[in-house]
Write a protein that binds this ligand. Structure first.
Ligand code: PGA
Length: 255
C-alpha cells in the first residue's frame, strides 16, 4: 500500500505524520510482511523520514515521487536516483499522470527514468493510465495503459524488479473511483502484457497497484480483484486514520 503525498507536507509535518502512522499501525498489530507500507513524501522531507525510520527502526519504506533520467549535471531542479538511493529510498514513482501532463513527460522519458531507477538500485513504480477522452473513444480501454507499459519497460534488464500502477487519469483526485470490474479489466490486460514482456513467472511476481480515489470504503472491493495487488493512494494517504485503514484492508468486513 503506497501513499503518494504529492506536493503536501513540510519535513516537520512529515516527521509528525510518519511517527503517528507508525504508532497507529503498531497499535493495530500490523503485519508488514503481509502488507508492505510505502510513503512517497516530497524530496525535501525524505531525509527526515529516513532519520525517523532508521532511529525508530520503523518497518515502513519510502520512495521519491519522481527522479531524473540523468545521473548528475546541469539539470536544475532535478533529483538523481543516486541521491534517492543514498537516502535509503526503496522506490521511485515514474510517469505519474501529473508528471506526464504537467511536465510533459512522454513514454521515452518514462522509459529512461525506469532505467535510471534500476541503475541506482531503486524499484521503479511505473504509472500508466488513460484519460477520460481516451477511454470514451474505444471499446478496449486498456490500449493506452498497455502501450505505456510496453514503452516504459522496453529493454528492461533481466531480473529487474518493477511495480506497475494503473491509475485511470479520470479517477485521480476526482472522487470518481473506477469500479472494481473496470480496474480489474485493465489490470488483467496489463498482466497479460507483462507475461509477453517478462514471461509467466516474473509477470506473476510483479505487483500491480490500482490508483485513483482509493478510500477506506472502496479499497476492500478493489483488492478482491485477482490482478490488483495493492493501491497507490493520493488524497486519502494524507489522513492517518484513512491511510491506516486502507493499509489494514484485510481486516475490513467481508475480506
Ligand atoms: P488520489 O490520487 O488517490 O487522490 O485520486 C492517486 C494518485 O494520484 O496517485
Amino acid at each position: 500500500m503506497a501513499g503518494n503525498w504529492k506536493m503536501n507536507m513540510t519535513h516537520l509535518q512529515a516527521i509528525a505524520f510518519v511517527q503517528k502512522l507508525a504508532w497507529t499501525l503498531k497499535d493495530a498489530d500490523h503485519d508488514y510482511e503481509q502488507v508492505e507500507v510505502a510513503v512517497f513524501p516530497p524530496f525535501t522531507a525524505l531525509r527526515s523520514v529516513q532519520t525517523l525510520v532508521d532511529t525508530d527502526k520503523l518497518k515502513l519504506v519510502y520512495g521519491g515521487q519522481d527522479l531524473s533520467q540523468h545521473d548528475s549535471g546541469a539539470y536544475t531542479g532535478d533529483i538523481s536516483g543516486e541521491f534517492l538511493a543514498a537516502l535509503g529510498a526503496k522506490y521511485a514513482l515514474v510517469g505519474h499522470s501529473e508528471r506526464r501532463t504537467i511536465h510533459g513527460e512522454d513514454d521515452a522519458v518514462c522509459q529512461a527514468k525506469v532505467q535510471a531507477a534500476l541503475k541506482h538500485g531503486l524499484v521503479p513504480v511505473l504509472c500508466v493510465g488513460e484519460t477520460l477522452e481516451q477511454r470514451e473513444a474505444t471499446d478496449t480501454p486498456w490500449d493506452v495503459p498497455v502501450a505505456q507499459l510496453r514503452a516504459g519497460l522496453a529493454e528492461l534488464p533481466n531480473g529487474a524488479e518493477i511495480v506497475l500502477a494503473y491509475e485511470p487519469v479520470w479517477a485521480i483526485g476526482t472522487g470518481k473511483v473506477a469500479t472494481a470490474e473496470q480496474a480489474q479489466e485493465v489490470c488483467a490486460a496489463l498482466r497479460a502484457a507483462l507475461v509477453e514482456e517478462l514471461g509467466e513467472e516474473r509477470a506473476a511476481a510483479t505487483r500491480i497497484l490500482y490508483g485513483g480515489s482509493v478510500k477506506p470504503d472502496n479499497v476492500a472491493s478493489i483488492m478482491r480483484e485477482p490482478d490488483i495487488d495493492g493501491a497507490l493512494v493520493g488524497g486519502a494517504s494524507l489522513k492517518i486514520d484513512d491511510f491506516a485503514s486502507i493499509v489494514r484492508y484485510r481486516n475490513h468486513v467481508g475480506i
